[in-house]
Design a protein around this ligand. Sequence first.
Ligand SMILES: NC(=O)c1ccc[n+]([C@@H]2O[C@H](COP(=O)([O-])OP(=O)(O)OC[C@H]3O[C@@H](n4cnc5c(N)ncnc54)[C@H](O)[C@@H]3O)[C@@H](O)[C@H]2O)c1
Length: 317
Amino acid sequence: MRIIVTGGAGFIGSHLCDRLVEEGHSVVAVDDLSLGRTENLAHLAGRADFRFEEVSILDPAFDTLVGEVDFDAVFHMAANSDIQAGSRDRRVDLDRTFLTTWHVCESMARHGVRQLVFASTSAIYGDVPEATHENHGPLIPISFYGAAKLAGEAYCSAYAHRHDIRTWVYRFPNVVGSRATHGVILDFVEKLEKDGSVLDVLGDGTQEKPYLYVHDLLDAMLLGWDRVVPAPLEVFNIGPESATRVRSIAEAVVAAMGLRGEVEIRYGDEPRGWPGDVPRFAYDLGKIHALGWKAANTSDEAMRRAVKDVLAERSAA
Ligand SMILES: NC(=O)c1ccc[n+]([C@@H]2O[C@H](COP(=O)([O-])OP(=O)(O)OC[C@H]3O[C@@H](n4cnc5c(N)ncnc54)[C@H](O)[C@@H]3O)[C@@H](O)[C@H]2O)c1
């Protein structure tokens, strides 16, 4: 198939490009490099079945690209993943998280692309104490990022119904692994590289969330894409069955960097890491499990593997 991966130079998008090319698809990765890095795709350069285009989805050049050949599918991974930027400027998630999605849907409708895979998030549920099923409602996000993704899901649904676009909406948990461009592990590593004597943790360390290894995420996404024919839209939660405390991540990073006993880990006072953070969440995973997928790594295993990956990458750089 001919596939566009938006956000292809980012963390998940670049791993997705690898997998799609490996499985015999022809891939065009699109990224404006606001957060992504060309290094994440350097190993694919020169292949006949892969191309990278540095373009913003918000630019008319993106629409031209979608109309260039008969694409079969778009995997829409582009969004704002910089939480701090989204808190500083409320426009960021409107533009990068919501409007990118609208432009993707609009270009697909204009040029007759019939399959969309959309990267959504647990943040659309808001702060909910129980394990959320895909049919949970009402959906009350507490961050602009969550609101922008929820609006994105709504537009995906309307375009799916109005323009005959089969749509797979995947609600990701926290995803971890190599090539991370953001997230708690990278944050801790970068802080400790600057000052190996102290680690300031956002929140009181009791936040407890499911962490999914990026390769497990791709297995789930591609399995659903292969097995399910949406009519016209299907939503799936994806995650491991367990969760990990932020306190454990701080301790694991300190230990992996050989700094145990040398670092003062300083915790904040609030259970929330930042305004809009959901400190605990869990998914009902029955729907994705029924397809025959379960995360190969527990949340703790995923976290520990990702710590190793991130440190290995940095020492290789
Ligand atoms: N990583 C996670 O834990 C997680 C959790 C839930 C949902 N998601 C979603 O998964 C997707 C991928 O996330 P990620 O962690 O790989 O983030 P990422 O920041 O590494 O990747 C997103 C990419 O989108 C690109 N981008 C942003 N605006 C763009 C624009 N206007 N035009 C073209 N490219 C643009 C960025 O440069 C970046 O490379 C995102 O949609 C994100 O919201 C991620």
